[in-house]
Write a protein that binds this ligand. Structure first.
Ligand SMILES: Cc1cc2nc3c(=O)[nH]c(=O)nc-3n(C[C@H](O)[C@H](O)[C@H](O)COP(=O)(O)OP(=O)(O)OC[C@H]3O[C@@H](n4cnc5c(N)ncnc54)[C@H](O)[C@@H]3O)c2cc1C
Length: 430
């Protein structure tokens, strides 16, 4: 490869955290990069719960993928859904019947909601993995509130959140804050307890990966907000009107949010690549797919046979960059590839206004407002694209810290007032 004049073609499937990080790592390199995604935008999933609960608008948490080309001339974007890979022919095939050849392939397609085979879960609960799903939850909430307003607040909206991990805690906390704050101003017809929010968790605590101290803080912050915690039983079935728990308890629910985990999509089995636990594509320590020297994978979709790294944005970003660096080594004729070493930057979750928890690898634990500021710094400043940063920062800062209990900062009643010309940004796809 090093001796020919032909420019090598790298195809990256998936424009999420891993794919975009990999694509950027090829900037100013002598390669042709094609980034492929079934959406024209990248989704910043850690803030989807804000879209679902009307704290942010959908355009705030998405980035127009073609926009990457503005800063990287060797990159092309293709809007397509990959259907299969033909490794012997170095070719990927798309759902629209077209195909694309590659010299090197990087697969960063992420995962999807895991309904764990629970009857009725897929049909009757709402997941929050995509922008469309977050908007569906938001529409469901606000059309339900309108119904309640028509009945002069004599109804209560029962929300059951399945799963006490970061996503479940974040959506429950944000809804509770919404009910206690902005909702009172815009829905004077409703009683104070418009929402009855419950987290159902099979285990006996929320935010399991965090230390005991932070788990206790989070549970208290949730119950202080009126969120009920139902531990010790999982969800057995979901219907249109509620959930039945494994201990036989029936709970009425107007909105069931499914936040119980993720898995590799079923269709990965059609990709002719080896799969391991949870359907994740099997990679070696260097991020090469087992048995395929020129195919790499990064992020949520892959894992080694020995261990699978946590499914986090930082793992995907660092993995994407690592895969790109290994491709560049191979192009340069260097076959001594390096193993991927994940640099752990810690874990964080937001419970609500001025309440978040963060646990850093050096043992430092942050909670409350300090924890929330750390969460804001990491999520807005280092993860989200710089075009979205200012609007998201201002919206979240005023929503959570600046204007407690007022209604000036929330998209349901009025956004932070940026001049119109500054809000009309390229990435805004709404
Ligand atoms: C609600 C929620 C909250 C989260 N909160 C946090 C958090 O606070 N902190 C944290 O670190 N992590 C969080 N995560 C996890 C984090 O978002 C993931 O670890 C990260 O997105 C993984 O990046 P990735 O590149 O592997 O996949 P993704 O970011 O999911 O990107 C995959 C991309 O591939 C595209 N794609 C998929 N299949 C195809 C196909 N066949 N053809 C073409 N394109 C395809 C998709 O459209 C998508 O753009 C959260 C996840 C969710 C769902």
């Amino acid at each position: 490869m090093a001796s020919t004049n032909r420019v090598p073609h790298v195809v990256i499937i998936g424009g999420g955290f891993g794919g975009v990080a990999a694509a950027r790592a090829f900037k100013r390199q002598r390669v042709k990069v094609t980034l492929v995604d079934r959406n024209v935008y990248k989704t910043f999933q850690p803030l989807l719960y804000q879209v679902a609960t009307a704290g942010l608008n959908p355009g705030d948490v998405t980035m127009f993928l073609r926009g990457l080309r503005l800063g990287q001339r060797n990159l092309r974007f293709r809007h397509a859904e990959m259907q299969t890979i033909h490794p012997q022919e170095n070719r990927v095939e798309f759902a629209d019947g077209t195909s694309l050849g590659y010299d090197f392939l990087i697969v960063t397609t992420g995962v999807t909601t895991n309904y764990m085979g629970v009857p009725g879960a897929e049909q009757h609960s709402m997941a929050m993995y995509t922008r469309t799903q977050a908007m569906a939850i938001r529409d469901h909430i606000f059309s339900g509130l309108e119904q309640m307003a028509r009945r002069n607040g004599r109804l209560q909206c029962n929300v059951v959140v399945v799963g006490g991990g970061a996503t479940g805690v974040e959506v429950a906390g944000a809804l509770a804050d919404l009910a206690r704050g902005e909702l009172r101003a815009v829905y004077p017809e409703l009683e104070d307890d418009a929402f009855n929010i419950m987290i159902v968790q099979r285990g006996d605590e929320v935010l399991k990966p965090f230390s005991e101290k932070l788990r206790a803080f989070s549970a208290k912050a949730l119950t202080d907000r009126g969120v009920q915690l139902r531990f010790g039983a999982g969800v057995e079935t979901v219907t249109e009107t509620g959930v039945t728990l494994t201990d036989g308890t029936e709970i009425r629910s107007d909105l069931t949010v499914w936040a119980a985990g993720v898995t590799a999509p079923e269709h990965v089995k059609n990709w002719n690549l080896p799969q391991g636990q949870g359907g994740r594509i099997l990679v070696t320590g260097t991020q090469q797919v087992e048995g395929h020297a020129n195919i790499f994978a990064a992020g949520d979709i892959c894992g080694t046979a020995k261990d699978a790294l946590p499914q986090l944005a930082q793992v995907a970003i660092q993995g994407g960059r690592h895969a790109a660096a290994q491709v560049l080594k191979l192009i340069a004729g260097d076959t001594e590839l390096e193993p991927f070493a994940y640099h752990d930057k810690g874990i964080m979750a937001t419970i609500g206004r001025r309440a978040a928890v963060a646990e850093l690898p050096n043992g430092i634990m942050l909670k409350g407002t300090i924890g929330w500021l750390a969460w804001l710094a990491v999520h807005v400043m280092t993860l989200i694209g710089h075009r979205n940063r200012r609007a998201v920062f201002m919206n979240l800062f005023s929503l959570y810290v600046g204007m407690k209990g007022t209604h000036q900062s929330n998209p349901i009643v009025g956004e932070v007032s940026l001049p119109a010309h500054k809000r009309a940004r390229l990435h805004d796809q709404d």
